[in-house]
Design a protein around this ligand. Sequence first.
Ligand code: SAM
Length: 248
Amino acid sequence: MANLYDGKMAAIYDAMYQTFVNYDEEYAFYNNLLQENNCSSILEIGSGTGNLAKRFDENKQNYQGLDYSESMIEIAKERNKNCSFIQGDMRDFKLENPVDAILITGRSTSYLITNSDINRTFDALYKNTRDNGIIIFDFIDANRFIPFITENVLITHEAVYENVNYKRDSHWDVNNSLENFMLDWSAEYYTVVNGKKEIIENDFSTVRVFTLNEIELFLYLNNFEILKTIDRKTYAYDTYVIVAKKKP
Ligand SMILES: C[S@@+](CC[C@H](N)C(=O)[O-])C[C@H]1O[C@@H](n2cnc3c(N)ncnc32)[C@H](O)[C@@H]1O
């Protein structure tokens, strides 16, 4: 997990995801949920290169970002000079003051690979939200994702950013040697110049996808009440978004 978004990978991530993800839409989606629940102070976990931060900042909202990767934070800070970003781990962090809402965006929950990672994260979310505060997060739906990657062995993504053509070939393997629904993900990133592929980076990581039932149980055990479950298609994967309230 630690090296996935480090160094050169952070810049490549930023270039490619600008074209995969419609961050205006993403912002509108999360902001509607925040407004519906009267939340004004917001922490975004997995704030990455600060694309949502930019929208929160433009709308003068009380926003902070938190991310594990210093390289991602560096890009986020460059993009958003007025925003506050904390380098930290969602499994163990402490804010100066609890907030109204904590978001975990961009399927960053996929990096919580053990049950202990998930329980520690929900515990940290509980402690860092105010009474009746809410959490909003997305996760990849195992029931749809595993059949999808079993049938689609090689997944290619293409993106053009600042006149450079990028390609990413990804390959997923279901890793049955580990507990839960774990996957090994290998990706090759390259640029295409005059029709010629030039490899720029290889990436390998182990990630986890979840069933809705698993998440419901984890939330129950960590004293959160689900307010809303949204079935949401994102650029490549079917996800669920959960809005849950902290119970007293
Ligand atoms: C797929 S990216 C999503 C970035 C951003 N939300 C977006 O949609 O562009 C996942 C992010 O989660 C961060 N991350 C992974 N594990 C983390 C952890 N334990 N604590 C905090 N951030 C973490 C990574 O550094 C990365 O920036």
